[in-house]
Design a binder for this molecule. Structure first.
Ligand code: PRX
Length: 650
């Protein structure tokens, strides 16, 4: 994509300062302090990170080198040993926090559980011993396919305690998508539940696992948590109930000494090909990076009740539901359900009920709430809130202002946090006591993050010009590789732009004050309700249907979800269109990937606009999908008639 095609049209000039009392109490309470930290980290990145690592975490063995950087391969805290669960659990047991609530959970049915740090530690140790009893060893991969219940965090931490590598698959993914990930990651054991509650219905997780596992040889055992008490089939010898297995199970399980670079997890995310990428994060650097970003960006205090609404199936759930907050000794709220017709105001009711003080959610959820109307949040006492956050996609100023005014009562700063699965933690965000906010901007890079906006040669572009969002220097939370595919890692992130820069795949501009304005993906990835989906993945799913010869998928702006999926489909010769085909193909995508990938619209066509070399011109399809006039260069189009025909079918 040419740089000139990244055009920035958004202009927003309002500035929002934190109140004096907020700034005074904040970890980082002034712009000068932010600048000083950023300057220190720029001048001596290794010294900066080493100082934080010493101050914030406990290590079993110290490092002998802070960073070993052989682009694109980074090793942080080389030679050090630690266990992230020691930092998330054991060390708090030595303090007054042992009886502090670590996790407050509420299910969709209104049932609740609270686990103190001491209780969570107990559960994690028992779970780890159960995994070990089922043959899980250091380095083995464990699949986790659970609803948002405490066991999701417990299972992750149990793996980490043993040095087993977890790969969490979002419970909304289909059996097919689960199977692909389990096979790719050569998973040895799967943790699942009989079912989970979502929007007043039961998601049959165990049945999906059964379907996914047919013929998958590596998976020897399935550990099943009882959540919904729905009837399921248990395969003797392979499937085990957690509540049976834990009977008499010891809760003594010392954390394993792990190398700082020992893999902690693999998390699959969409890229611009049909195959998801297994992003690998390791232990020491990830622990430090998620810890420090949580502390400074969410400005965490021991008295906070912190609620991040993400599911553990996404990276936000890893870094900012589980590891970052627990490492800080925070009290976390976890809610199994989602806003739904039967309880549209549940978000606000939960904030009131649990006196949530820090609330981190997605722009799509804010836009949905905005549409429902102010009366729902207004009906609840939200005065406990002191800080708000957003993640997943750019937030439009209208939604930002609504969030600020109606939810935050004009007293809570909003941290708009830009980051990705690959970055491990937040990269660009305000430190809320230090940096004034501009609605729609993620503001400034975290200290130690050398983010920049460049052209295709890697040269910085002038203020307010569009370009590629890159990072110029390694950081502790960065992905180390793609599971089983170092070559793709190199190609995708490190070879696009010269100069050994990390290429994020996003377009952005920086204004005259250095504020970042993220403009969205520049590759074939679309962002539906804050979830990343590769257009190729959806195209491959459509093309796997027997009547489909070829498919092209693009995003179309959507007022709530950010983007909506629009598919253009060519049928096989001999297959003809019939009523019901729209539905059948949508359902097919749901089966192949999951409900999040369901196309909103399908157009049937005879031809697709392609270049002479056969590449689909998505730019044109995007215009057609949005009902816009097709403008710009169409000279590379092989067959002009294809475009005209598309417009007619529209
Ligand atoms: O396009 C950016 C968008 O989400 C992408 C990363 O998606 P994923 O790896 O699934 O992680 C989502 C949660 C971190 C980015 O490449 N994105 C994320 N946060 C923002 C954003 N776009 C604009 N502003 C944000 N705050």
């Amino acid at each position: 994509m040419a740089d000139s095609s990244i055009q920035s049209i958004l202009r927003e000039h309002r500035l929002f300062w934190p109140s004096e009392s907020f700034a005074q109490a904040a970890h980082i309470g002034s712009r000068a302090q932010y600048e000083q930290l950023a300057a220190q980290a720029r001048e001596d990145p290794e010294g900066f990170w080493a100082e934080q690592a010493t101050r914030e975490l406990e290590w079993f063995t110290p490092w002998n080198q802070v960073l070993d950087w052989q682009p694109p391969s980074a090793r942080w805290f080389v030679g050090a040993k630690l266990n992230i669960t020691h930092n998330c659990l054991d060390r708090h047991l030595q303090t007054w926090r042992r009886n502090k609530a670590a996790l407050i959970w509420e299910g969709e049915l209104g049932d609740t559980r609270t686990l103190t740090y001491s209780q969570l530690h107990w559960e994690v140790c028992q779970f780890a011993n159960a995994l070990r009893a089922l043959g899980v060893e250091e380095g083995d991969r464990v699949g986790i396919y659970l609803p948002l219940i405490p066991e999701a965090a417990i299972a992750m931490l149990a793996c980490a305690r043993l040095g087993a590598i977890h790969t969490v698959v979002f419970g909304g993914f289909s059996a097919e998508a689960l199977r692909e990930r389990l096979i790719h990651c050569q998973v040895k054991l799967v943790v699942t539940a009989d079912g989970g509650w979502r929007k007043d219905a039961i998601v049959p997780l165990k049945a999906q696992v059964d379907q996914a596992l047919v013929g998958v040889e590596t998976v020897k055992n399935v550990l099943v948590v009882q959540r919904t008490a729905t009837p399921i089939t248990m395969e003797p010898g392979r499937d085990h109930w957690w509540h049976d297995l834990r009977q008499g199970m010891s809760a003594v399980c010392p954390p394993v000494d792990l190398d700082s670079e020992h893999p902690l997890f693999v998390l699959y995310t969409s890229g611009s090909t049909g195959k998801p990428k297994g992003v690998v994060h390791t232990t020491g650097g990830y622990n430090l990076y998620t810890h420090l970003t949580t502390k400074w960006i969410f400005d965490l205090r021991d008295t906070d009740v912190y609620w991040c609404t993400a599911d553990v199936g996404w990276v936000t759930g890893h870094s900012y539901v589980v590891y970052g907050p627990l490492s800080n000794g925070a009290t976390i709220l976890m809610y199994e359900g989602a806003p739904r017709t039967s309880r549209p105001g549940c978000t606000w009711e939960l904030i009131e009920k649990y006196q949530v003080s820090v609330f981190y959610t997605a722009p799509t959820a804010i836009r949905a709430a905005l549409r429902q109307g102010e009366h729902l949040p207004r009906a609840c006492d939200l005065s406990s809130l002191r800080l708000l956050g957003t993640v997943g996609e750019p937030i439009n100023p209208e939604a930002w202002i609504w969030f600020y005014r109606v939810v935050g009562g004009e007293r809570c700063p909003i941290v708009d946090t830009w980051w990705q699965t690959e970055t491990g933690g937040i990269m660009v965000s305000a430190l809320p006591g230090a940096v004034p906010l501009k609605p729609g901007s993620a503001t400034l890079p975290f200290p130690g993050i050398q983010a920049d906006v460049v052209n295709h040669k890697g040269e910085g572009v002038p203020p307010n010009s569009g370009g590629y969002l890159v990072v110029r220097y390694p950081w502790p939370g960065m992905a180390r590789t793609l599971y089983g595919d170092e070559e793709r890692f190199r190609r995708t992130y490190w070879e696009h732009i010269p100069g050994q820069l990390y290429f994020s795949g996003d377009g952005a501009r920086r204004d005259e004050e250095g504020y970042f304005w993220v403009m969205g993906r520049v590759d074939d990835v679309i962002n539906v309700a804050g979830h990343r989906l590769g257009t190729m993945e959806i195209e491959a799913a459509l093309a796997s249907h027997p009547v489909v010869a070829e498919a092209a998928v693009v995003g179309r702006p959507d007022p709530v979800k950010g983007e909506e999926i629009v598919a253009f489909v060519i049928l096989e010769q001999g297959s003809s269109y019939h009523e019901g085909l729209h539905q059948a193909l949508k359902q097919h995508v749901v089966q192949e990937i999951g409900a999040i990938a369901r196309p909103g619209e399908i157009h049937f066509t005879e031809a697709l606009p392609k270049t002479r070399s056969g590449k689909i011109l998505r730019r044109l399809l995007r215009s057609v999908a949005a009902g816009e006039e097709v403008t710009g260069d169409t000279s590379t189009l092989e067959d002009r008639a294809a475009l005209d025909q598309l417009r007619e079918t529209n």
